[in-house]
Design a protein around this ligand. Sequence first.
Ligand SMILES: Nc1ncnc2c1ncn2[C@@H]1O[C@H](COP(=O)(O)OP(=O)(O)OP(=O)(O)O)[C@@H](O)[C@H]1O
Ligand SMILES: [Mg+2]
Length: 220
Amino acid sequence: MLNIVDLHKSYFLGHVKVDILKGINLSIQNGEMVSIVGPSGCGKSTLMNILGFLDTPTSGKYFFEEKETSCMSDKALSSIRNQKIGFVFQQFHLIRRMTAIDNVCLPLIYRGIKKKQRLQIAAEVLERVGMSERMHHKPSELSGGQQQRIAIARAICTKPSVILADEPTGALDTNTSKEIMELFMELNHQEGITLIIITHDPSIAKQCRLMVRIKDGRLC
Ligand SMILES: Nc1ncnc2c1ncn2[C@@H]1O[C@H](COP(=O)(O)OP(=O)(O)OP(=O)(O)O)[C@@H](O)[C@H]1O
Ligand SMILES: [Mg+2]
């Protein structure tokens, strides 16, 4: 479902061109669970941002569900992003002044879903991630693991086909990381959501069916 061919990404620092990704080829099937590993600065987040249409490659092709995306308009790309992709980050990225359920409702507002239905969907996904009892709490009243569960609920409430998670357990202790990984694996097995996880943790990488290692801008 995701296919990238000879993908390059370079940044300019002043007049100096820095090549970050140097010809990545990668094919990820529907329902796959993939980890992306590699040293800090090797381009993991850069690759993930491109996969999630938050950034564009310098060259190369990216097919999303068989459609080549490089010639698509920004509007078409953000529509794929909103409809098909859920994001989870290391620092949760919840809105601090909003309760858990209001955070989960946000992507549903952007979809134009009415309030009553929004609250119903949000309550269902909060139950799915085991956070029903905390839905009226604000992020500051929740532990890191609980905040990540809320962030996962927000990512899945629009029924994405892919979740892109950038070091989702990077800020959590070992036991909480395990619980969050169990939740991800359930979502992968039970709902068939394709999961792509950047991690520094070898034990997490090993739990994924496919491990992709980036070194010197290439897969190895
Ligand atoms: N917007 C940008 N402008 C210039 N250089 C950038 C930009 N974004 C990232 N880089 C550079 O690209 C390289 C790869 O960054 P990236 O964030 O993808 O690494 P990473 O593998 O995710 O690292 P980490 O494990 O530390 O999160 C780094 O050298 C970084 O400085
Ligand atoms: Mg990164």
